[in-house]
Design a protein around this ligand. Structure first.
Ligand code: SF4
Length: 200
C-alpha cells in the first residue's frame, strides 16, 4: 500500500493516540502477523550469510516467500536475527538479482550474459595460465641452526611451490567441510594469499 503524507499523519496519529491513552498495541500487531502466516508452509533453514549460522523459519505460500523470522528453538540465535539475516528474502525476491554469469571484457563498458560452461572454462584457463606464469618452486629463506653450540643464521634455497599471482577471498557462506576442501584446493595450487571477507 502506498502511504501518502496525509495517510502517514493519520496512521501516526492513531499510534500516538493509542500510546497517549495507555493502550498496548503489541498483541494486535502479533495477531496481525499470526494471521498473515497461519496458512503458510513453515520450513526451517540456516542463514547463508555468515558463519554464526542463525536458525530461521521461512514461511511460503505456493512459490512465494511471505515471511522470514528467527527460529526461537534454534540454540545459536534463539529467535533473533541481525538486519542482514532479517532481509534474507531479498536474496530470492529481488529485481536486481543476477541469476546468470556476466562477463565484461577488458576495456569494455558493458557486461554481457554468458553461459556457465563458457565462464567456468575461462576461469580454469586463466587460473592455469596465471599459475604457470607465476609459479615459484624454490625461494631463498633464512634459517637458524647451531654450529658448535652457537646459533647461526644462514640462507638456504627451500622448496616453496607457490604462486603469488592469484588470490582468493571468501567465503562466509561455506560450512566447515566446504572450507576444508576449498583450502586444500587453493593450497594445492600453491596460493599464499587466502583471505576471508569476515576479516576485511
Ligand atoms: S548474517 Fe546475521 S542472521 Fe545471518 S547468520 Fe550472521 S548473524 Fe545470524
Amino acid at each position: 500500500m502506498e502511504v501518502s503524507r496525509r495517510n502517514f499523519l493519520k496512521i501516526s496519529g492513531v499510534g500516538v493516540a493509542a500510546t497517549t491513552l495507555g493502550l498496548n498495541l503489541d498483541p494486535v500487531e502479533a495477531k496481525a502477523q499470526e494471521l498473515a502466516i497461519q496458512h503458510a508452509k513453515e520450513t526451517t533453514t540456516i542463514c547463508p550469510y555468515c558463519s554464526v549460522g542463525c536458525g530461521m523459519i521461512v514461511h511460503t505460500q505456493g512459490d512465494n516467500v511471505i515471511n522470514v523470522e528467527g527460529d526461537p528453538d534454534h540454540p545459536i540465535n534463539e529467535g533473533a536475527l541481525c538486519p542482514k539475516g532479517s532481509s534474507v528474502y531479498q536474496l530470492r525476491d529481488n529485481k536486481a538479482r543476477i541469476t546468470k554469469p556476466m562477463y565484461r571484457a577488458a576495456g569494455a563498458a558493458a557486461w554481457q550474459e554468458v553461459t556457465w560452461e563458457w565462464a567456468l572454462d575461462q576461469i580454469a584457463r586463466k587460473t592455469k595460465a596465471t599459475r604457470d606464469a607465476s609459479f615459484v618452486p624454490t625461494s631463498k629463506i633464512k634459517v637458524k641452526e647451531k654450529v658448535a653450540g652457537v646459533e647461526v643464521e644462514k640462507e638456504i634455497e627451500a622448496e616453496v611451490n607457490r604462486t603469488m599471482g592469484i588470490a582468493s577471498v571468501g567465503s562466509a557462506a561455506l560450512d566447515n567441510e566446504e572450507c576444508y576442501l576449498y583450502q586444500k584446493f587453493l593450497r594445492g595450487l600453491g596460493l599464499v594469499y587466502i583471505e576471508h571477507q569476515a576479516r576485511i
